[in-house]
Design a protein around this ligand. Structure first.
Ligand code: SAH
Ligand code: F3S
Length: 455
């Protein structure tokens, strides 16, 4: 009998990809995905810690799902409740104490253990946990034919992070950085192309440091990559561009210190490398960048931005910015505003600083009042909306290539998709075009999307 899995994913693309991996692992144990939580035998929450009060939200969500189940079928037993992702890794066995219904806590490196742990629970064990982090944890391999995402596929190239920015929990929840063998990455990209995927995203917390630490060869030793640092990110990108046969290749996230001009050069040289770079600055103030332990200055960051702007291709730039980091003065914040103005981001994710357990910044005492954070957030957002209006406005009357991803949420006559520069476009189109690449003439720029018609 097939059992039902309800899997809810929060957070970044890595979590989306991990959820695909988890549902594949559990398919082997007889679990089929359902979108209806009340009919599930196993409920898994894949969690994120970037949002504030993330852990608390996990507990309240589990309480809510439990209530729904009890209302719908009061006489049957509860499903197995499990938590995976960054909250699971950070909260560990404390989760069992805080909510007695949680029976499974799965760390970020334990997806391959899912079937075994779940079968222990089915056999009557009350709880199961695996939160080990090791330096050379293996990558979970996922074949092209078992993907859950449509049209766009994710490829892991690195996992973990060694940067230890002072505000960030990721090095603690995802462990040390490891790079996957270039041969395996290229083989996966090829296979995804053969299975009809039009676009892939190469994923890592810091993709630019690919090959610089903990190269993992898997079963097939990759001669070329035997020496750390020999296959750089730029070289990997070039191989994927040349060998995969994929029409569109994107990557995220870039890290300013490790991002180099070689990457821009490779993007310029290969038609299938897309016109989009996500390069978070976090702050425009050198004083704050130092306190964040980012390892670069404002001037160095802007130097990389200049290289991107000097590319032959017209590249879109997006970023992340934190406001209200401990000790951030009005002057520091003004530096952030001016850096955003100079960079002219196509999109900017703005975060109000909030302390994460165990991170060095959490112990900093000079915290910024909430209302000041909000004020700065709104001010930066307002500036960004002005810049964005221009950046989006540039595309009006241009024809852009769009990967048609589905029916628009707003209007059933419209489809939506992304440009090569990663902007959302809505346009009237027949549904049979979903999954294909089309050309759209842009007629209108909105705050966060473009509108146009097929050409
Ligand atoms: N390198 C990662 C970054 C993960 S966190 C990546 O691939 O995206 C994503 C973003 O969340 C960061 O860039 C940062 O802007 C924000 N963030 C991280 N920790 C934060 C904190 N403690 N408070 C506020 N924002 C934070
Ligand atoms: Fe976090 Fe800095 Fe790594 S933001 S993911 S520690 S590069």
């Amino acid at each position: 009998m097939t059992k039902k899995l309800y899997l809810e994913t929060h957070g970044c693309q890595m979590n989306v990809h991990d959820s695909e991996k988890a549902s594949y692992a559990l398919a082997g144990a007889g679990y089929e995905l359902t979108s209806i939580p009340t009919e599930a035998d196993l409920i898994l929450l894949n969690t994120c810690m970037v949002r504030e009060k993330a852990a608390r939200k996990v507990y309240s969500r589990i309480g809510e799902l439990k209530r729904q189940h009890v209302e719908k079928s009061p006489s049957t037993g509860l499903p197995i409740f499990g938590v995976m992702g960054c909250v699971a890794q950070a909260e560990a066995d404390r989760m069992f104490d805080r909510n007695k219904d949680i029976r499974l806590v799965l760390g970020t490196q334990a997806i391959g253990k899912l079937p075994e742990l779940v079968s222990q629970l089915e056999d009557g064990f009350s709880r199961a946990i695996d939160i080990r982090l090791t330096k050379n944890a293996e990558f979970f391999e996922l074949d092209a034919d078992v993907r859950k995402t449509e049209h766009v596929a994710f490829i892991t190239i690195t996992e973990g992070c060694n940067k230890f920015c002072s505000f960030c929990i990721v090095p603690f929840t995802r462990g040390r950085e490891r790079s996957r063998s270039a041969d395996k990455i290229v083989a996966e990209a090829k296979s995804l192309a053969e299975h009809g995927f039009k676009e892939v995203h190469l994923l890592g917390q810091n993709v630019n440091s690919y090959g610089l630490s903990g190269l993992y060869h898997g079963n097939s030793v990759n001669e070329e990559a035997d020496v750390l640092g020999e296959v750089t990110f730029a070289k990997l990108l070039e191989r994927v561009a040349k060998e995969s046969g994929l029409p569109r290749i994107k990557f995220t996230t870039s890290y300013p210190r490790d991002f180099d001009e070689q990457i821009v050069k490779v993007i310029d040289e290969h038609e299938n490398l897309c016109e989009w770079i996500h390069l978070p600055a976090q702050s425009g103030s050198n004083r704050i960048l130092r306190a964040m332990r980012r390892g670069y200055t404002r001037e160095e960051y802007l130097h990389k931005i200049a290289a991107i702007k000097n590319a032959k291709k017209d590249l879109a730039i997006t970023g992340d910015m934190i406001v209200g980091f401990p000790g951030e003065t009005e002057e520091d914040f003004n530096e952030t505003l001016s850096l955003a103005a100079e960079t002219e981001y196509d999109g900017l994710y703005i975060f109000k600083y909030s302390p994460r357990p165990n991170t060095p910044a959490a112990a900093y005492t000079d915290s910024i009042p909430e209302e000041v954070k909000t004020e700065r957030f709104l001010k930066l957002q307002e500036l960004q909306m002005r810049i964005q209006a221009q950046r989006y406005g540039r595309y009006v009357n241009r024809t852009v290539e769009v990967l048609v991803e589905g029916e628009s949420a707003r209007s059933p006559e419209d489809c939506f998709g992304h440009t090569r520069c990663n902007k959302v476009v809505n346009f009237p189109a027949p549904k049979h075009l979903i999954g294909s690449l089309v050309n759209v003439k842009v007629t209108q720029a909105k705050n966060h999307s473009l509108y146009g018609h097929l050409v």
